[in-house]
Write a protein that binds this ligand. Structure first.
Ligand code: GLU
Length: 303
């Protein structure tokens, strides 16, 4: 055997791993089924694995009952996963460690603002910049002195921890890119998110931080999710760089819309998988409903 063919034969093959990462705050609906099936089929088509992650960091909105419903509905659809579902609430120490890395690099600062104070500040500003998740944080607490921060904490105020975006970008010092399955190389523009909250007052992490850490720890190679989260990849790419984490490929699929052209929501009880099942629909019917929804006028962007 020549050395060249030996090298080719032993090249490391990275197994494809996709995931579905619902928050257990309600029952799954047709939109979730579409997303889960897309991730599941992509893994199967590429001889890979599919994983389930329960994004349950928000203890005020998430409920273990919904976790059971999610598992039951996915199994009913014919979806299975190789590892036990990852529950984010079991990994708080990992998110805390990631936050500590950022703290040591001087990239986070405590924010004591209430929602109302932020809104008032934005109202006062003539041209408050807007990002994909709403108005950007106006930076009120960014310049608090260490003494003032200590004082606030001593007074019993619990802070949220925000990313110091300008400092983070200065430390990176180069342009980052990520790959979108459909659009190819994308220049990361995390600044569109501003000084985003990475650890909330009531939960010592956030969607952005825990999702980025989890995708790394679960060795996700293909992140499949709705294109309502396209913007999140800009920030996740920055966090990956700052924390030394792997960068997956992203596939942001179009959202399935209802007949009124609106995205499905957890409050639309009629299209939950549970209610469809109770009405006698089969998993095959769900696939047909999804195919029909993709062709309906509200979804005319679908190929
Ligand atoms: N937990 C998020 C949701 O339910 C999904 C986040 C993701 O897939 O990155 O919208």
């Amino acid at each position: 055997m020549s050395s060249t063919s030996f090298k080719q034969n032993t090249a490391p093959v990275i197994p494809v791993i996709t995931r579905f990462a619902p928050s257990p705050t309600g029952l799954l609906h047709l939109g979730h089924a579409y997303s889960a099936l897309t991730a599941y089929h992509l893994a199967r088509d590429l001889n890979g694995d599919f994983l389930l992650r329960l994004e349950n960091i928000d203890s005020s909105r998430c409920h273990p009952n919904y976790e059971q419903h999610i598992i039951r509905d996915l199994k009913w659809l014919g979806i299975d996963w190789s590892d036990p579902p990852r529950r984010q609430s079991d990994h708080m120490a990992d998110y805390r460690d990631a936050l500590e890395v950022l703290r040591h690099r001087g990239l986070i600062y405590p924010c004591f603002c209430t929602r109302k104070e932020i809104q008032d500040e934005i109202r006062r500003a003539a041209h408050a910049p807007h990002g994909p998740e709403g108005y950007l944080y106006p930076g009120t607490c960014r310049t608090l002195s260490p003494a003032a921060q200590k004082q606030k904490i001593a007074e019993g105020y619990r802070p949220a921890w925000r990313l110091h975006m300008d400092e983070a970008l200065a430390q990176v010092g180069t342009t980052l890119f990520w790959q979108d399955y459909e659009q190819g190389d994308i220049k990361a523009q995390p600044a569109i998110m501003g000084d985003v909250v990475l650890a909330r007052k009531e939960t010592p992490t956030s969607y952005h931080l825990s999702c980025t850490v989890d995708d790394h720890q679960q060795n996700i190679t293909h992140v499949v999710r709705g294109d309502d989260l396209f913007h999140a990849a800009h920030l996740h790419r920055l966090l990956q760089h700052l924390l030394g984490l792997k960068t997956p490929l992203y596939y942001h699929h179009r959202l399935l819309l209802n007949e009124q052209g609106k995205r499905y929501a957890k409050r639309d009880k009629g299209i939950t998988l549970q209610s469809l099942r109770e009405k006698g629909h089969t998993p095959k019917d769900i696939q047909a409903l999804i195919a029909a929804a993709r062709k309906s006028p509200g979804n005319d962007e679908y190929p």
